[in-house]
Design a protein around this ligand. Structure first.
Ligand code: PGA
Length: 249
């Protein structure tokens, strides 16, 4: 089954390192049946584009400004990303929510701005450890999801990927169990069915992220309610990432 394999480089891979990575990933994934998306830092997007053109790999970005125009020193607009050859953008990553104080409302604005420019969005949601221990994970994810999708129409959902990323699993080496991922991704689908329709809940792409590695990716990505994975640390090793991209799930 075709899955989405998404690499989130975070603040890694300089322009001088991008060419070798892109060339290597392009050649190692020619036979892949999956949809592969790499999200390098802004400064490496142009080089990635140059060396991924004509390959099976699509380009994503890690962030976008919530407005399309204005005096916004240091920001990058959705149409700039589109013009640079980017097709996807990650929105609402937990690192941006915590370190850069991004709220659900801002995440919703970013999603609308990105969709209006023709970008697809990868919307990150997930609870922290205390919330999980207190059995509030579903409520937290439901709130984030409801707020993120406010004002988004059902026909726009084909451009929306939901990434369930429990915060306690990101970069910690502690991935969620198959049971937890199964239960939360099904919960997200049910919630989308309630918000829109049964068809929307079944059809939306819901990926898992959080310490996905070469040793656990098969069992996590093979879960039927999981559409793929958002992979941070483990995407930086091009051989391992390419191997995950080539898998037949
Ligand atoms: P990780 O990061 O795979 O390094 O845990 C995932 C993410 O932050 O998207």
């Amino acid at each position: 089954m075709k899955k989405l394999i998404i690499g989130n480089f975070k603040m890694n891979t300089k322009p001088s390192e991008m060419k070798a990575y892109a060339m290597s990933l392009a050649t190692k994934t020619t036979e892949s049946k999956n949809e592969i998306i790499v999200c390098p830092p802004y400064t490496s997007i142009a080089i990635a584009k140059q060396f991924l053109d004509g390959s099976n790999v699509t380009l994503g970005a890690q962030n976008v400004c919530d407005v399309e125009a204005g005096k916004c020193t240091g920001e990058i607009s959705a149409s700039m990303l589109k013009d640079a050859g980017v097709e996807y953008v990650i929105v609402g990553h937990s690192e941006r929510r915590s370190k850069f104080k991004e709220t659900d409302r801002l995440v919703n604005k970013k999603i609308k701005t990105a969709l209006a420019s023709g970008l697809k969005v990868i919307v990150c949601l997930g609870e922290d450890l205390v919330e999980r221990q207190n059995k509030h994970a579903n409520a937290v994810v439901k709130k984030q999801l409801d707020e993120a999708l406010k004002g988004i129409y059902e026909n726009e959902l084909e451009s929306v990927v939901i990434a369930y990323e429990p915060i306690w699993a990101i970069g910690t080496g502690k991935n969620a169990t198959v049971k937890d991922v199964q239960s939360m991704t099904n919960f997200i689908r049910r919630e989308i069915s309630d918000l829109y329709s049964e068809k929307a809940g079944q059809g939306i792409n819901v990926v898992y992220g959080g310490s996905v590695t070469i040793s656990n990716y098969k069992k996590l990505i093979s879960i039927p309610s999981v559409s793929g994975a958002l992979i941070g640390g483990a995407c930086l090793d091009v051989d391992n990432f390419a191997m995950m991209c080539r898998e037949n799930f």
